[in-house]
Design a protein around this ligand. Structure first.
Ligand code: FES
Length: 115
């Protein structure tokens, strides 16, 4: 499949289900069969990375890289590097519950946002 098909929810779901890391590998820029799938994936990746950072998910747990079918050595290298980084980070710690997860009225949320 094309990296352009990757919905950010797939990544969030993987972390939610207990993945310690998520690695997305796609065709090199300019080589996407669907022309712009990997460019779309790259844009989503940067947005998602910022969001994951807000959730406290460390930088090394989410990676996007380009590897063609003829680059076996690079493929192995990227996988080994990702595994090494995720092992060094250890298991993903569950995030503390968000304060908004409690049932509150709209006014309560606005009051908290403004101090
Ligand atoms: S076919 Fe789109 S990234 Fe490979």
């Amino acid at each position: 499949m094309c990296t352009g098909r990757i919905d950010p929810q797939f990544v969030l779901k993987a972390f939610e289900k207990g993945a310690d890391g998520v690695l997305i590998l796609g065709c090199h820029p300019g080589d996407c069969h669907y022309r712009e799938g990997n460019y779309n994936a790259l844009r989503r990746f940067h947005l998602l990375k910022k969001m994951l950072d807000q959730f406290g998910i460390e930088d090394g747990r989410f990676r996007l890289d380009w590897v063609s079918a003829s680059e076996a050595e690079k493929f192995v290298g990227v996988i080994n590097d990702m595994v090494k980084k995720v092992k060094a980070l250890g298991p993903l710690k569950p995030a503390p519950p968000l304060p908004l997860s409690k049932k509150k009225g709209r006014g309560d949320i606005q009051a908290e946002a403004h101090g």
